[in-house]
Design a protein around this ligand. Structure first.
Ligand SMILES: Cc1cc2nc3c(=O)[nH]c(=O)nc-3n(C[C@H](O)[C@H](O)[C@H](O)COP(=O)(O)O)c2cc1C
Ligand SMILES: CCCCC(=O)C(=O)O
Length: 352
């Protein structure tokens, strides 16, 4: 099959993957209402182009929290890349991100260590699930710092694991032999013993305060949907927010993340950069997010589809396709760069 867009990669990946792993990647919580809503919401938004602005070819390069990126797209943290590409896992993803000049947010639940991911040499941020064991959490932060990660992304939408019914039907509750959460096999643990990740409902703002003292890295909160939480985050010294519903994998029936972006942009009023993820599949989706106040978007599943299809080259192809689409959409919008878009260039389809 000839692959011409991001959705085509999902078809290729579905053919290649063990159906149980495919379901793990594709699925969301319960009825998957939010999974569908994330993509549907972009389709309900319409782009209003400006004309005759002589913008020339658009520049996609940007900076987020001091990190240069060749385009306003980053790799969302996703767990268990060796389920998609067993030989190399996240190392293949990291090479593609490096070569494309985009920021990769390495998941704490990666199947090779953060040090091994960092060896690719690209710009890396580290995603953390705060563990009730503060000593262990701090040791993960120190490892991420030492590996050269440039920001800490604290996932805050997971006080418990979402109810994944495809996983239940498939009885998928353990990783296959030889695949494990490499960062959780810490020093002092007997060979082969891997800590269990704990998703704790006790995580609170006090942990954010504590992390603020533990590290000088910029801290982003991932999974913010309420404007009051966005305000509290800024008050608590957080440096950036990821507007996200975890790709519809945590609380089902949450709103589409792109529909929350404007209210959160109003709440933070430019004080910290916003990244949005969930359902971004087209260059036009990226342009809509930028126009509505995002500094960048992040993509989750499309990266996994590229990885499953063709390893590092598959991820590279996904990023190249998206780049071309963003360039095309910006040009057709009359914009010279991401910053050249106005909020007035996005309206609800069917509305004046
Ligand atoms: C298979 C899979 C694993 C994920 N693992 C994590 C994770 O470990 N930590 C995290 O913060 N988010 C995780 N996410 C959520 C993503 O970071 C992101 O929010 C989501 O995938 C964006 O939606 P999209 O897949 O529609 O692009 C995961 C998502 C998927 C699909
Ligand atoms: C225990 C968490 C699993 C990783 C994750 O965040 C996801 O699958 O969405």
């Amino acid at each position: 099959m000839r692959v011409v867009n991001l959705r085509d990669f999902e078809d290729v990946a579905r053919e290649k993957l063990d159906p149980v792993f495919y379901d793990y990647f594709a699925s969301g919580a319960q009825d998957e209402v939010t999974v569908a809503a994330n993509e549907a919401a972009y389709r309900r938004l319409a782009l209003v182009p400006r004309i005759l602005r002589g913008a020339g070819l658009p520049s996609l390069a940007t900076r987020v929290l001091g990190c240069a990126a060749s385009m306003p797209v980053m790799l969302a943290p996703t767990a268990f890349h060796r389920l998609a590409w067993p030989s190399e896992g996240e190392a293949a993803t990291a090479r593609a991100a490096r070569d494309a000049g985009v920021i990769m947010i390495a998941a704490m639940l990666s199947t090779i260590t953060v040090e091994e991911i960092a060896a690719a040499g690209g710009t890396l941020w580290f995603q953390l699930y705060v563990q009730p064991d503060r000593g262990f959490t701090e040791s993960l932060v120190r490892r991420a710092e030492a590996a050269g990660c440039r920001a800490l992304v604290v996932t805050v939408d997971s006080p418990a694991l979402g109810r994944n019914e495809r996983g239940d039907r498939n009885d998928f509750h353990d990783l296959p032999p030889g695949v494990f959460c490499a960062n959780l096999r810490g020093d002092g643990w007997s060979n082969g013993h891997v800590r269990q990740v704990v998703l704790s409902p006790e995580i609170s703002w006090s942990h954010v305060e504590w992390l603020r003292e533990v590290t000088r890295l910029p801290i982003l909160l991932k999974g913010v949907l309420h404007p009051e939480d966005a305000r509290l985050a800024v008050e608590n010294g957080v440096d950036g927010l990821i507007v996200s519903n975890h790709g519809g994998r945590q609380l089902d029936t949450t709103p589409a993340s792109i529909d929350r972006l404007p209210v959160i942009a109003d709440a933070v009023a430019g004080r910290v950069p916003l990244i949005v993820d969930g359902g971004v599949r087209r260059g036009t989706d990226v342009v809509k997010a930028l126009a509505l106040g995002a500094s960048a978007v992040a993509i989750g599943r499309p990266v996994l589809w590229g990885l499953a299809a063709d390893g590092s080259e598959g991820v590279a192809a996904v990023l190249a396709l998206l780049r071309r689409e963003i360039e095309n959409a910006l040009t057709l919008c009359g914009a010279a760069s991401a910053g050249d878009l106005g909020r007035d260039q996005v309206v609800r389809q069917g509305m004046p």
